[in-house]
Design a binder for this molecule. Structure first.
Ligand code: WT7
Length: 630
């Protein structure tokens, strides 16, 4: 066995036990017992959790399970925004800081719960003034500024369905998401900032909505001076829109199963899936996971680096922490701009206690060395978190060491579709670097074979969940068949699409995706999406895309392209292909490498065998190639 492999196995064997003091301070001190009890009667467990939140009318049944369709808290009425705001504003927490926002240029905006409540109410009244009604869709295409969460919560307050689109997506990608959701309104900004550069969003929206018949208005947050010109009455300035609105607006009592949002994510085909989450169950799931995983207490300062354009931002910047009445810190910009001390500086300056980040960011900061974190006082930190892709033991150890060597790292495994964290440590649980540890309370996760049979220790298989959980997606928007695939691939299980093994202690070790989805810097992208962008270039006949292991971003995109007759390989052509993907899809889809090839490996039925390309690229055995055409 190679030396590095032995090293990494030895490292995998390391166990970090929490101090007695840590255990004593946690809500769940004995995970094993709590877990056993929770899955003996998951409905009782989740019903109990739901009682910690406010309901306008109580449910009469916790779960109605009509495989694979779930309804949670049946008959109950509630409102996500009411629980995020009104529940706190009614108490002393109205004076508590809800959100600290730090801009890329170092600006700071602070909202107490009362101020956030007023802004959300104003925005909700403004939405009403445009005639928007319960069930209508609103697309939010904003950079990481507070208006993003204000708009989300205002939609929730009225029962409008928000569809947040990450501001790095290009016009065609934005357009297809607006078209699919049939949004009546788009909320955007003039610019976002990226490493000091203004990224102009308004022209992207102009291009995207040009063909969207359903869009009646575009609201624009203007950050730059002089402000971009807007063409009335369709285009409205955010400030004008809110200015004269009353600061009170009743939260709509909504049936538990009322959709809260649609969030588009990548699958195995070129068309993104509109994952639908609802008010009731999603509220209970994000509330409880935020509380227990980070052991959130009244005096915590919670810093999550995600962008609300992704699900982590929805569940663990906006909804979960606000449901808990926490103080949230959110910062625009990159971890190494203006320098690699950016996040450590924020942690020290504000006294952050919970810091939730990603393996890609940790590996990036690792490259700049330990001197950067050493310059700052990080003693306020109490609990750390990681999400989005597997964290390798080296990055785990580094993160652990530079933050003081004693803070537990919560490696949280979940998905856009699952809505909430499913496999994760709790601060009281012994940790093994590189393992996401054990299922969350009330969640029956397992590793199984294709038939759904549980596998013995250390056998690689598929990560599944065997019972419904409250924050699970309810459907794929306008595509119920695609929803059913998740529950019909492996009998009686929800199939996540991840390969995994469980060790002898029942610890989960996630190993990556089993399908044609790749994770670049934790961002999810389908090989088919990149391929269809490539083949829409006039010089391309065919394209195949694979994910290739990368030391910093986890996986990088490599494309193999067959050119149409009459086109020659050249550096200019390669650049033009990359630019084309940038315009079609956005930055996250651009291949790091493009090889021009004369042919692609295919099955006899004409399907491209990406597995063969990948094996060849990595110098590995391609396995069974009996179906290969030639
Ligand atoms: C996929 C879901 C989870 C919210 C952000 C991403 C991978 C996520 C982990 C982890 C190993 C992880 C999986 C999963 N993933 N967290 N802690 N360890 N893998 O949500 O974009 O829907 O992606 O991210 O492959 O299926 P997403």
């Amino acid at each position: 066995m190679a030396d590095d492999k032995v090293d990494s196995l030895l490292k995998e064997g390391r166990v970090y036990r929490p101090s007695q003091e840590t255990v004593a301070s946690t809500y769940i001190q004995d995970y094993e017992t709590a877990y056993r009890e929770s899955i003996q009667n998951p409905e009782a467990f989740w019903g109990q959790a739901a009682k910690e939140l406010d309901w306008f009318t109580p449910w009469n049944k916790v779960l109605e399970w009509n495989y694979p369709w779930a309804k949670w808290f049946v008959g109950g009425t509630c409102n996500m925004a009411y629980n995020c705001l009104d529940r706190h504003v009614k108490t002393w927490r109205r004076h508590k800081v809800a959100v600290i926002w730090v801009g890329e240029k170092g600006e700071e905006r602070i909202f107490t719960y009362a101020e956030l409540y007023r802004q959300v109410c104003r925005c909700a009244n403004a939405l009403k003034s445009l005639g928007l009604r319960k069930g209508d869709r609103v697309t939010i295409y904003l950079p990481k500024i507070p208006e993003q969460m204000v708009a989300m919560l205002a939609c929730a307050r009225l029962g409008l369905i928000h569809s947040v689109v990450y501001s790095g997506f290009s016009a065609p990608a934005l357009e297809s998401r607006i078209q699919d959701a049939e949004s009546r309104l788009v909320i955007t900004a003039d610019v976002g900032y990226d490493r000091g550069k203004a990224i102009h969003l308004k022209p992207v929206v102009d291009q995207a909505v040009a063909h969207c018949r359903t869009v009646e208005h575009v609201v624009v947050v203007r950050r730059e001076q002089p402000g971009v010109t807007l063409s009335a009455p369709k285009e409205i300035d955010w400030e004008d829109w809110l200015r004269d609105q009353p600061v009170a607006c009743e939260a709509e009592p909504l049936d538990s199963e009322t959709p809260l949002y649609i969030l588009y994510t990548s699958g195995t085909t070129g068309k993104p899936k509109g994952v639908v989450h609802v008010h009731g169950g999603y509220m209970v799931g994000t509330y409880l996971t935020t509380k227990y995983v980070f052991n959130l207490k009244e005096d915590d300062l919670y810093f999550c680096v995600a962008d609300p354009g992704w699900v982590t931002g929805h569940s663990y910047i906006v909804y979960g922490p606000l449901l808990n009445g926490a103080t949230i810190l959110t910062a625009e910009g990159k971890p190494d701009y203006p320098n690699p001390g950016r996040w450590w500086d924020i942690i020290a300056k504000y006294g952050v206690t919970v810091f939730y980040t990603t393996p890609t960011a940790i590996r990036l900061l690792m490259r700049y060395g330990e001197d950067w974190p050493k310059k700052y006082d990080l003693t306020s930190l109490r609990v750390l978190g990681s999400v989005g892709e597997p964290i390798n033991p080296e990055a785990w150890e580094w993160f652990h060491r530079v933050t003081g060597g004693k803070k537990p790292i919560m490696d949280t495994w979940w998905q856009t579709e699952t809505g909430m964290i499913l496999v994760t440590p709790l601060p009281s649980v012994p940790l093994k670097p590189g393992s996401a540890t054990r299922p969350f309370l009330g969640v029956e996760a397992d590793v199984v074979d294709r038939e759904g049979k549980s596998l013995p220790a250390n056998a690689g298989g598929f990560a599944v969940v065997k019972k419904p959980w409250p924050a699970m997606m309810r459907t794929i928007y306008k595509d119920p068949d695609r929803y059913q695939v998740y529950w019909n691939t492996i009998p009686n299980c929800y199939t996540a699409g991840d390969v995994c093994r469980k060790d002898k202690d029942g610890y989960f070790w996630f190993m990556g995706r089993a399908d044609d989805v790749i994770k670049v810097a934790g961002n999810r992208i389908g090989t088919a999406e990149v391929e269809s962008a490539l083949v829409s270039h006039p010089a391309v006949a065919e394209a195949a895309v694979i994910g290739k292991p990368h030391p910093t971003v986890g996986e990088s995109i490599k494309a193999f392209v067959i050119l149409k007759q009459g086109h020659q390989e050249s550096p200019e052509l390669i650049q033009s292909l990359k630019n084309h993907v940038l315009t079609e899809l956005g930055k996250i889809g651009v291949p790091a490498e493009i090889d021009i090839v004369p042919s692609l490996p295919k099955t006899r039925s004409g399907k491209i065998m990406r597995r063969v390309l990948k094996a060849k690229e990595l110098g590995q055995d391609a396995g069974d190639i009996s179906t290969l055409e030639d």
